[in-house]
Design a protein around this ligand. Structure first.
Ligand code: EPZ
Length: 420
């Protein structure tokens, strides 16, 4: 028996959503919090599977954790070095942030290779480059990473590729390094700025937040604080796209509208009516729209994480749309499922031509987190009742999504399906 969602199509979204905290910022900040070997209180942490996996790992390294509502108390006073060879490590991508944190805390780490959505090759060469240039010896055998250093020595590191993960790992490994580090060509995603804000409040010295160059002066100690994590800009974008297609009226509160300017611009160009405030947006669904041409890129361009959901949206256009995915090599996999619903498209290289299609109900399976959120939109938009399988992917990043969608008038329920 497996948990599935049963969704009655032609949803008429109407209501208000309070936005959850950011998955991708929370995961980086939770790992960064152990650097202070003190007590940290984090607010606005989403109740999602990736956070629960991270909590299980913290417990195994003698960190005390309590998670009540969306407040996470982390006491790393008695943190203990342990080889990070646990099954939780391979269940998601952000577990590899322990490499940077353990090098700063213990000057060594042994950890399984991380997991994460199969959306491309997802190499770690930029992480390895940064660690090598910080005086770390690092080896990867087939499924394990072993790294150590006599002392972390600050350096000037120029990334060849803009990488969120490599930027986070380089920051975590630099905060205590001898002398200072300059990181160039870093990721400028808002989640990176949130991490820098958090670390500086703990006593780190990082200059350049929001730019592609960071200057990090090594310090000796960080102190425990209370910190509120930023709203989730990808979940915000997800519900904005849902609303643009299916809402009579949808209000999304507790957001940072500025984090979604690229999507907002795309929706405005399609003719979408929105009341936009700094921390709240009300969106009114489109009666019809022509088409859009989307090209994903690093922040502040259109985010790769919203590409799959936007691609699904574009099947409802009156004309052919074009989507180009420049970050990941395999982020169109979910379209196999859209094809089962009657979606017509042509993929060539990293582009897809989307032919206007009437999607019909079907039984479809999630294969990754954001592709799952895209299939959920297809089920809500199609005729008839659909079944969505492997919904655990969606629950890795979207807090309480069934009840959130029920609260805005979507006919969705969780049920169990037996498959012979
Ligand atoms: C983070 O993944 C996010 N995950 C992803 O969100 C997001 O899609 C991605 O950043 C881009 O914004 C988390 O924050 C936990 P990257 P990450 O390193 O760090 C190449 C979601 O749905 N690259 O910025 O793995 C890589 O192949 C997830 O929430 C190298 O070439 O992404 C990719 O083409 C999915 N060498 C590009 O950079 C490296 O050493 C961007 O990857 C590292 C990356």
């Amino acid at each position: 028996m497996n948990k599935v969602y049963e969704i009655k199509g032609k949803s008429k979204i109407n209501g208000t959503i309070n936005m959850q905290g950011s998955k991708n910022s929370s995961l980086a900040i939770i790992v960064a919090s152990i650097l202070c070997k003190d007590v940290v209180m984090l607010k606005n942490i989403p109740k999602i599977q990736d956070v629960y996996e991270l909590i299980e790992i913290l417990k195994k390294i003698n960190v005390k954790v309590s998670f009540i509502d969306n407040s996470l108390l982390i006491d790393s006073t008695n943190i203990k070095y342990t080889s990070l060879l646990f099954k939780q490590i391979i269940r998601f991508r952000a577990s590899y942030y322990f490499i940077g944190a353990f090098l700063s805390l213990f000057k060594k780490v042994e950890i399984y290779m991380p997991g994460g959505c199969k959306i491309g090759k997802r190499p770690m060469d930029q992480h390895i480059k940064a660690f090598n240039e910080l005086n770390v010896n690092i080896n990867i055998d087939n499924n394990k990473i072993i790294a150590s250093t006599t002392s972390l020595v600050g350096n000037e590191i120029v990334f060849d590729v803009v990488s969120v993960g490599a930027t986070v790992n380089a920051i975590l490994a630099s905060v205590f390094a001898n002398n200072s580090t300059i990181l160039k060509n870093v990721a400028c995603e808002p989640e990176i700025s949130d991490l820098i804000e958090f670390l500086n409040k703990m006593g780190a010295k990082i200059i350049g937040k929001g730019t592609s160059v960071l200057y990090i002066e090594g310090v000796n100690k960080l102190n425990g604080i209370t910190y509120e994590v930023m709203p989730d800009r990808i979940v915000t974008g997800t519900y904005l796209i849902y609303g643009a297609l299916l809402a009579k009226k949808l209000t999304i509160k507790n957001i940072n509208s500025k984090d979604n300017y690229s999507l907002i611009n795309t929706l405005i160009n399609l003719g979408t009516q929105m009341d936009i405030k700094e921390h709240e947006i009300t969106i009114y669904g489109l009666k019809e729209f022509e088409k859009a041409n989307i090209k994903t890129d690093v922040f502040p361009s259109f985010p790769s994480d919203l590409q799959q959901i936007m691609t699904t949206f574009l099947f409802m256009g009156k004309q052919i749309s074009l989507v180009e995915e420049t970050l990941f090599e395999n982020r169109f996999g979910f379209l196999k499922q859209i094809k089962k619903m009657g979606g017509k498209f042509f993929i060539y290289d990293n582009k897809v031509l989307i032919i206007p299609s009437l999607l019909k109900n079907s039984i479809v399976s999630c294969e990754d987190l954001r592709g799952g959120a895209a299939l959920l939109l297809a089920c809500m938009a199609s005729d008839g009742t659909s079944i969505l399988k492997n919904v655990e992917y969606i629950e890795r990043g979207y807090e309480d999504i069934v009840n959130v969608l029920k609260s805005i008038n979507v006919d969705i329920k969780e049920t169990m399906m037996y498959e012979a």
